[in-house]
Structures are given as C-alpha cells and as structure tokens.
Design a protein around this ligand. Structure first.
Ligand SMILES: Cc1cc2nc3c(=O)[nH]c(=O)nc-3n(C[C@H](O)[C@H](O)[C@H](O)COP(=O)(O)OP(=O)(O)OC[C@H]3O[C@@H](n4cnc5c(N)ncnc54)[C@H](O)[C@@H]3O)c2cc1C
Length: 450
C-alpha cells in the first residue's frame, strides 16, 4: 500500500524508503550508488534523463584522464578500473600499453590523437600516459549493468526538485516525474548532481562557479590516418589549416579532434563558450544555438580543406550541453588552487586524482548531518575545480561517498562523525586508492582533521 506524506498541503506518494538516496547518475553518482549497495545498503538512484553517465555519456566527454601521478603511477583504481575493464571487454575502450607510455615522437604520433597525453606538461612531445578513450553508448551499458547487478533501485526519468528537511537532517527528496511529484525517504543523501541541486535546496553554503561550456560533437567517416600522416609530413601547412579551423569553431584545446573506439569517428571537444551560466535556462538555450552554429562552421571548413576530412559527416552533438562548473559547495573544508598545485596531502584524504588529494571534509556541507556530495561540485575554489574535475577523480569521490554513507548508517551517526580511517580502510578493501599513503612527490603538511 502506498504511503503518502504531506508536503506543504499536497499529499505526495512515497515511492521508496531506503537507507541511501543518490541523486544524479553521472560518473560520481553511479560509483556512489554501486559502492554503497555493494556494502549492503538499500540504495535508490535518481536520474533526470533516461541514461546513466552524465557528462561521460550524454555529454560525450570521451577520454578518462587525471588517472596517473608522475611516472605513470595509476591513482584512480577501484570502480574506475572496473569500468575500464568492462568497457574493454565490449571493445569500447582504447589506452596505451604500459610499454608505450614514453616521451618520444614515435609514441606521440601513435597515441596523441587518442588523447592519451599528459596535457599538464608544456614541453613537446608531451608524455604518453595511461588515459582511456571510450565509447559513450558502451558507458551507458556498463553503468546500467553495474547498477542493476548491485541491486540499486534505479529511478531514471525522475528530476530532483526539492528536499524535505527536518532540522539538521534531510528526511526525503522529491522528484518531479510524468506521474507527478514523488518522495524518496532516506537516512542519508548523496548529492551527485554536478550542480549541487540537493545541497542548494537544503540550504548548504555554496559559490556560483563558472567555466566555458561546450556543445561537444562527433564527426564520422574521417580518414584519421591520412589526417595524422598529413600533420606529420606537412607540419607548417597543417598548422595553418588547424589555426583556421579553430578560428571558425571559436576556441578549442590543443587538439580539437581525437580518435574514438569507432573507426573513422572523431570526438570534437569544442567550441569553448565562456560567460554562460550552466544552470540558467536562458544560458543553456543561447549556448546550444551558438554551439551548433559554430560546429557547422568548423565542419564545412574541414570538409573542404583538411586532408582526411574530405568525406566527413556530421554525426551530431551530445545530448547534454557540456557543463564544466556551476555551483560549488563551500563545506567543512574548501580545497584551494594552492592545495591542488602544491599536491598537498591531507590526513583525511579519502580519494585522489592525478597528483592531488581530496580530504573527506571537502565532501561535507556545513550544518547538514546526513548529506554528502560527490563530483564536480565538491567543496573547492573555482580555479582549483578547473584542475580537479575530471571523470575518474569524480568517480573516486563517489566511491568514497558511498562507503562513508554506509559507515554512517552502520554507526547511526552524522556523516561528519564517520572515522575517515574507516573510509580509507574500506576503500582499500574494495581495490580503490584512498590516497592515505601519499606519493613521494606529495606535499606532506598534515592538516588536522576535525
Ligand atoms: C566539454 C567537457 C569536456 C571535458 N573533458 C574531460 C576529459 O577529457 N576527461 C575527463 O576525465 N573529464 C572531462 N571533463 C570533466 C568531466 O566530464 C566532469 O567533470 C564529470 O563528468 C563530472 O562528473 P559528475 O558525476 O560530478 O557530474 P555529471 O557528469 O555532470 O553528472 C551529473 C548527473 O546528475 C544528473 N542530474 C543533475 N541534476 C539532476 C536533478 N536535478 N535530478 C536528477 N538528476 C540530475 C545529470 O543528468 C547527470 O547524470 C569534461 C567536461 C566537459 C563539460
């Protein structure tokens, strides 16, 4: 029999009464849900779209990076690793074997157009490192398999709209669906919306961050080998064409096209469009129109001028606008740019990416006992987030948040009272690197955990 709760005079059905609700099924949310469920919690996962994966699938962000510290030390293991394994089994992931992770022109020619480079290094050729090019639809399949296998109660097509809060706790979340509003009651809540939707609704402190937005797209029928050969045989001519292509698209990283696991299909991680607010409807409508205009300008130019692109076809833009940064939690600890750049290690580090460490406190809002965040909206300065927001570290945050929520449930305590050493221990037990043992290049300046 359905239970109803009174929300400001409206009787809303309770469609789930669970231990942990995870809101948002992007890279962070799916990892959080799987991690908590595998540890024995009853978990409901809410997602507004029909697919799982967020930016990694619907946003068509197609290279996993920030996975290695200097010297090719892989630091994002656990669920990230499992994902890569499962994608590989579907022929949907490409990455260099360790013997190819070198710094020379031969390996550069072989791997750079897969995006497997250390783009933080400025000298050329940049080192080839462990990074993974993958297919977005395979990501959706793998995510779905893992969520279903872990017996997570999946609620897609459910747009989080509000919280039910009693004092310092959230007792439930409300989702808008085609069937009307529905309530999910939970003891602990993971906000993995990327935009801090839950935290903002619950009154958590945050800042409005902003970064470039992108209508990522793909081209098909590209002769990638011909394009690469031309680039190497005629570097000056290529540079000229490339410069003009970038002018047409209006902003791109060093490599505006990268190979994907589907032969002849290339990923275009551009244009760069600054000044748009990723949570305003007006901003998203205008940027969609602008992005689509710009991508067609680039398409026509390269088709007519760039060797290898003569027969290219527009495969289309990603389903989701590429949003890199919006609201950022200002929680128990705010990670600074200096923390990231200096590789500062924290005693309560529970996950890591590249050469930076994330303290447990940076996942916790102030003043709300049972809410934890995971993903690109974690507690961080805007400039620091730009350096620490890649998919694998967001997944690692999700894995840690899932563990933390389950430990809080077991102890019936507020999330901030969970012993961070217990999170580190459990992360290790499930194959993830919690970053408790700093690498030799870390800045060891322990900050006392509160
Ligand atoms: C154009 C672009 C290029 C990038 N390039 C790279 C790259 O090369 N390599 C890399 O590793 N990273 C890259 N990134 C960064 C990376 O994609 C993101 O930082 C990462 O996906 C963040 O994961 P997340 O789970 O925190 O958020 P998201 O991926 O944004 O997922 C959030 C999820 O929550 C859901 N959601 C949001 N609000 C609600 C709501 N109200 N109700 C229900 N569900 C909701 C969303 O639909 C989504 O599924 C790039 C990002 C962009 C935009």
């Amino acid at each position: 029999m359905t239970t109803f709760v009174d929300v400001e005079g409206a009787q809303l059905p309770v469609i789930s009464d669970c231990d942990i609700v995870v809101v948002g099924a992007g890279p962070a949310g799916q990892a959080a849900a799987v991690s908590a469920a595998r540890n024995g919690a009853s978990v409901t996962l809410l997602e507004r779209y029909h697919h799982l994966g967020g930016m990694a699938s619907g946003g068509m962000v197609l290279v996993l990076d920030d996975m290695v510290n200097e010297g090719n030390e892989v630091v994002t293991t656990g669920i990230v690793d499992e994902f890569v394994d499962r994608l590989s089994k579907q022929d949907a992931a490409v990455f260099p074997p360790s013997e190819d992770c070198l710094t020379n022109w031969e390996m550069w020619k072989k791997w750079s157009r897969w995006g497997c480079i250390d783009f933080h290094q400025t000298g050329m050729p940049q080192p080839i490192i462990h990074a993974v090019a993958f297919d977005p639809d395979a990501w959706k399949r793998v995510a779905l398999d893992m969520v279903v296998e872990s017996k997570v109660n999946l609620r897609t097509h459910s747009w989080f709209s509000d919280v039910i809060r009693e004092g310092g706790r959230i007792t439930g979340v409300i989702a808008q669906t085609k069937q009307g509003r529905q309530v999910i009651r939970a003891k602990y809540v993971v906000d993995a919306t990327g935009d801090l939707d839950v935290g903002a609704a619950a009154g958590a402190e945050y800042i409005d961050g902003q970064f470039i937005v992108t209508t990522v797209f793909r081209l098909a029928n590209v002769d990638t080998q011909k394009a690469i050969d031309y680039e190497f045989a005629h570097p000056e001519e290529y540079k000229k064409l490339d410069r003009e292509a970038r002018r047409r698209i209006g902003g791109a990283w060093g490599m505006w096209w990268l190979k994907t696991p589907i032969d002849g299909v290339v990923w275009c991680n551009c244009p760069h469009m600054p000044g748009y607010d990723g949570i305003s409807v007006e901003g998203m409508v205008t940027s969609e129109v602008e992005g689509r205009e710009r991508m067609m300008k680039l398409y026509h130019f390269v088709k007519e001028n760039m060797p290898g692109f003569e027969d290219a076809q527009m495969l289309g833009a990603a389903e989701q606008m590429g949003i890199r940064q919006t609201r950022l939690l200002q929680g128990e600890y705010v990670v600074t740019k200096d923390d990231v750049k200096s590789r500062r290690h924290f005693q309560d580090t529970v996950c890591r990416g590249r050469d930076y460490y994330t303290p447990y406190r940076a996942l916790l809002p102030k003043g709300i006992d049972n809410l934890i965040v995971a993903g690109r909206h974690y507690s961080v300065e805007s400039d620091a987030q730009k350096l620490s927001r890649e998919i694998p570290p967001c997944m690692a945050q999700g894995e840690a948040a899932g563990v933390a929520a389950k430990l809080a449930l077991e102890g019936n305590v507020a999330l901030r009272d969970v012993d961070f050493t217990a999170i580190q221990k459990q992360m290790r037990a499930q194959g993830a690197d919690p970053g408790d043992q700093p690498s030799p290049n870390a800045l060891i300046e322990p900050v006392a955990a509160e």
